[in-house]
Structure formats: structure tokens, C-alpha cells
Design a protein. Structure first.
Length: 156
């Protein structure tokens, strides 16, 4: 029997057994150092993204830092934080499509170095348009697009 595919908003609100703090094992320590990492719940990533006001930006790195502080961990998991930002972006786009106005401003969440996220709804062009509508200047950085002087606009 085919199961109904979950909507983005259902995925966003499905916390499973998260958040969870784990010890960084030997295999991961080469990349992440020692200590602990938090695997956040998707909704926690969305809550941070939702708070970024117009005129400000945040990167996945800052979100990971906020999550680590909240849970008393050394770092926030890079993989799940990125995936949950993507889910939050798609959930916001889904909400907008159904007529909701108060959505998570996912376009203000950038990758490291101020780089735009090609996996967000509408791809790079969609994110660029939304950022430029808010007055940000998007520039080409090699093969990627990034917000010029993004550090000046970081939301802390």
C-alpha cells in the first residue's frame, strides 16, 4: 500500500527523537574536533531562521553556533542543520503557495561565506531576487553567487 508523501510542513514539525546531543567519536573528531554535537529538531532551525529581521542575514554556521549554545554542545551538526534549513525553506514556500503571509524568510539564510543556496525554492535566481528586493547586492564569486559584504548584515 502506498503511503502518502509527507508535506514539507509535516517534515518540519516531525521532530522524531530530536534534539539530541551526542559525543563526537574518533571518526568525526578529525573533522569536528572533540566534545559533543547537537542534532537539532527541524523546527529549532526554522525558529532561528524565522527570527532574522528584514535587512539582516544569517549563515548556517551562525545557526549551528546558536544551537550548540542552546543545548550546551561543542558544535551544531553541520549536516542536519543544513538539511533542516532546506526543509524550512520548502515548508515556507509551501505555506506561501497556500496563501499564508507570515512565512519563514528562508532567503536570508546563507551558506558559509555568504553564498546563496541552490537547493532553496526557485534556486539561486529565486533567492537572489528575494535578497535584491530587500536591498542586498548579490555578486558572482567564482561559480557561486554570494551577498556582497554579508558580514555587515549578520544577525546575532
Amino acid at each position: 500500500m502506498a503511503t502518502k508523501k509527507k508535506s514539507w510542513r509535516e517534515k518540519l514539525n516531525d521532530s522524531k527523537d530530536l534534539p539530541r546531543v551526542e559525543v563526537i567519536d574518533d571518526r568525526m573528531s578529525k573533522r569536528w574536533g572533540t566534545g559533543t554535537f547537537v542534532i537539532p529538531a527541524p523546527i529549532e532551525v526554522d525558529e532561528i531562521m524565522r527570527r532574522v529581521p528584514k535587512g539582516k542575514l544569517i549563515t548556517i554556521s551562525e545557526i549551528r553556533q546558536k544551537l550548540a549554545e542552546k543545548h550546551g554542545a561543542t558544535i551544531g551538526c553541520p549536516l542536519t542543520t543544513g538539511i533542516f534549513a532546506w526543509i524550512a525553506a520548502n515548508a515556507a514556500d509551501e505555506a506561501l503557495s497556500s496563501g499564508e503571509k507570515n512565512i519563514t524568510p528562508y532567503w536570508r539564510t546563507l551558506k558559509s561565506g555568504g553564498v546563496l543556496n541552490e537547493k532553496y525554492p526557485g534556486g539561486i535566481e529565486g533567492q537572489r531576487k528575494l535578497l535584491e528586493n530587500e536591498g542586498f547586492k548579490v555578486v558572482q564569486k567564482g561559480k557561486k553567487c554570494a551577498v556582497a559584504d554579508f558580514e555587515k548584515y549578520l544577525y546575532t
